[in-house]
Design a protein around this ligand. Structure first.
Ligand code: NDP
Length: 483
C-alpha cells in the first residue's frame, strides 16, 4: 500500500513506501484516508533540505517572515469550519471544539507574525572604554517538532509559528493517528512563498521516524508534547547530542473546591475541565479536592452533571463529549476504572463503554469518590473522561494534597475568599493557576507550561517562546579612533 499524503520534503509531496489507514473514532466504518509513512532516507533528505533553507529564510528578513505567518494564520481562521470538521472527524472532539481549535491555531500564527517584528536586542556599556556591546537574538537552526493527537492543529501551530517567526527551519513529525490534520496544515504552509525545504512533514511511527528524528545530530532543537516516558527518552537523546530541548508532558491537575465557593459554578467548571475533549487534555481537572463542609452536595451535583452530558458522534448536533481517540486509549481508560475500583475508590457513575448508532469508542464520563491521593488513579495521568474526588478537612490540607504530585501543569481553586485565592496563587507548585475558572482553557499570547514531570526546558507561547526558538549572541565592537 502506498499513499501520497503525509510526507512533504524540500518543497515536494512524496510517496510513502508504507501507509496507514485513518479511521473516524466516532464511526469506524468511515475511512478518512490513507497516509504515507516516511522512511529513513526521506527523513535524512528532510533534514538536509531544512539545513540548506534555514539561512535563506533568516536573511529574507522580518517583514517577509511576518507576511508569511500572517497569511497562514488568516487562512486557518477563514477555513476554521472546514478544517475543524476534518479535525473532529479524525480526533473525535465535538465540532465546535474542532472549529475553535483551528481558529486558535490561526491566532498563534498571527500573534507570532507580530512577534517576528519584535526581535529586539539590548545595548550595554562595556566595562572597558572604547568598546560597544550589543546582545541580539538569532535563529537556532533546524527545529524538530514532535506533536500529539489531542490538539492535532493547535499544538503544532504553537510550535511551528514561533519556529518560523524567529527564522528557523522545521521538520515536523505529527502523531500518527491524526494525519489528516497534519496534511491540512502542511498544505497551507506549502503554498507560501518560502524556500523549498524550510518546512517538512515526515509522518510515520514515533518509535521509528520519531526516534530517528530526535536522535539526529542534524537537529539543533527539539520541541515535544506527549507522554512522560517518551519525553524522558527524548531528553536522554538531546543530552547526548547537546540539542536544545523543550517538552510538555503529563499532568494530574488539581481543582480545589472550598466551602465558600459558588457551588453551581464549581460543579460547572469541574465538569467542563474534567470531561471536555473527552478528558484528553493535559489541562484536564483529574483531582477534585473538595472541602468536607460541601463535599456531599458537590458530589451529588457533579454526578448529575456527568450523567447529563451527551456522549455521541463528534459531528452530530448536540454532542458534548465525543469518542475516545483510539481503541488502545479506550482500553487504557477502562483498565483505570478497574484499577480505581480495586484500590477501593467508589465509582458513582459512568466508566463503561457506550453503544451508539455508529460503531465508535464511546465512554460514559466517570466520577470516583472516596479516593485517596496515594491511589494510582490520583497519581498517574489517565487522559480519560474520568475524575476523582478527594475530601479535605481544610484549605491547608487541600493545598498539601494538591501539591503532593510529581506533576505541576495547571491547578485551580474555587473560592469566595481573596485571601485563600492569593495564598493559592503563591503556594501552588504549578505552571498555571486558575482562580474561579476551570483548569483547562488558556490564552494564546502568554506563556504555557508546568513544573516537575509536566514540563522541561523553556516555556512555550507568548513572548517567552523566543527563549527556546532563538539563540543569544553578545557582540563586542572596538570602534577605534576617528582620526
Ligand atoms: P506519545 O508520547 O507516545 O506520543 C506523542 C508523540 O510522540 C507522537 O507524535 C508519537 O508518535 C511520538 N513518539 C512516540 N514514541 C516516540 C519516540 N520513541 N521518539 C520520538 N517520538 C515518539 O503519546 P501517546 O499518543 O501514545 O499517548 C499516550 C499517553 O501520553 C496518553 O494517554 C497521555 O497520558 C499522554 N499524552 C499527553 C499529552 C499532553 O498533552 N500532555 C499529549 C498526548 C499524550 P506516534 O503517534 O506515531 O506514536
Amino acid at each position: 500500500m502506498t499513499a501520497n499524503n503525509g510526507i512533504y520534503i524540500a518543497g515536494r509531496w512524496e510517496n510513502g513506501t508504507t501507509a496507514i489507514e485513518n479511521r473516524n473514532p466516532s464511526d469506524l466504518s468511515d475511512i478518512i484516508g490513507t497516509y504515507g509513512q516516511a522512511n529513513a532516507d526521506q527523513l535524512d533528505e528532510a533534514l538536509s533540505a531544512a539545513r540548506a533553507a534555514q539561512p535563506v529564510w533568516w536573511r529574507a528578513g522580518v517583514q517577509k517572515r511576518h507576511d508569511v505567518l500572517m497569511a497562514i494564520g488568516t487562512e486557518l481562521m477563514a477555513r476554521a469550519e472546514e478544517i475543524g470538521r476534518l479535525l473532529s472527524r479524525e480526533e473525535g472532539k465535538p465540532l465546535a471544539e474542532g472549529k475553535g481549535e483551528v481558529y486558535r491555531a490561526g491566532q498563534f500564527f498571527t500573534y507570532f507574525a507580530a512577534e517576528a517584528l519584535r526581535l529586539h536586542g539590548d545595548l550595554a556599556e562595556s566595562v572597558r572604554p572604547g568598546i560597544e556591546i550589543d546582545v541580539r537574538r538569532e535563529a537556532v537552526g533546524v527545529v524538530a517538532i514532535v506533536s500529539p493527537w489531542n490538539f492535532p492543529v493547535a499544538t503544532p501551530a504553537w510550535k511551528i509559528a514561533p519556529a518560523l517567526a524567529f527564522g528557523n527551519a522545521v521538520v515536523w513529525k505529527p502523531a500518527n493517528i491524526t494525519p489528516a490534520s497534519a496534511v491540512a496544515l502542511t498544505e497551507i504552509i506549502s503554498r507560501q512563498d518560502i524556500p523549498a525545504g524550510l518546512f517538512n512533514l515526515v509522518s510515520g511511527p514515533g518509535r521509528d521516524v520519531g526516534q530517528r528524528l530526535i536522535e539526529s545530530p542534524a537537529v539543533d532543537a527539539i520541541s515535544f508534547t506527549g507522554s512522560v516516558p517518551v519525553g524522558r527518552s527524548i531528553a536522554a537523546a538531546a543530552v547526548t547530542n547537546m540539542t536544545k530541548v523543550q517538552m510538555e508532558m503529563g499532568s494530574k491537575n488539581p481543582m480545589l473546591v472550598m466551602d465558600d465557593a459558588d457551588l453551581d459554578l464549581s460543579v460547572a467548571h469541574a465538569a467542563n475541565a474534567a470531561f471536555g475533549g473527552t478528558g484528553q487534555k493535559c489541562t484536564a481537572a483529574s483531582r477534585l479536592i473538595v472541602h468536607e463542609n460541601i463535599h456531599d452536595a458537590f458530589v451529588e451535583r457533579l454526578v448529575d452533571a456527568a450523567k447529563a452530558l451527551r456522549v455521541g458522534h463528534a459531528l452530530e448536533d448536540g454532542t458534548q463529549i465525543g469518542p475516545v481517540v483510539s481503541e488502545s486509549q479506550l482500553k487504557q481508560n477502562l483498565d483505570y476504572i478497574e484499577i480505581g475500583c480495586n484500590e477501593g475508590a467508589e465509582l458513582l457513575c459512568g466508566g463503561n463503554r457506550l453503544e451508539r448508532p455508529t460503531d465508535g469508542y464511546f465512554m460514559a464520563p466517570a466520577v470516583f469518590a472516596n479516593t485517596r491521593n496515594d491511589m494510582r488513579i490520583n497519581r498517574e495521568e489517565m487522559f480519560a473522561p474520568v475524575t476523582s474526588v478527594i475530601k479535605a478537612g481544610s484549605y491547608e490540607e487541600a493545598l498539601a494534597i494538591a501539591n503532593d504530585s510529581e506533576f505541576g501543569l495547571t491547578a485551580g481553586i474555587m473560592t469566595g475568599s481573596l485571601a485563600r485565592a492569593s495564598h493559592f496563587r503563591a503556594n501552588m507548585r504549578a505552571g498555571c493557576v486558575m482562580v474561579n475558572l476551570p483548569t483547562a482553557g488558556t490564552d494564546y499570547h502568554v506563556p504555557f507550561g508546568g513544573r516537575g514531570s509536566s514540563s522541561f526546558g523553556p516555556r512555550e507561547q507568548g513572548r517567552y517562546a523566543a527563549e527556546f526558538y532563538t539563540s543569544v549572541k553578545t557582540a563586542y565592537v572596538a570602534a577605534g579612533d576617528v582620526s
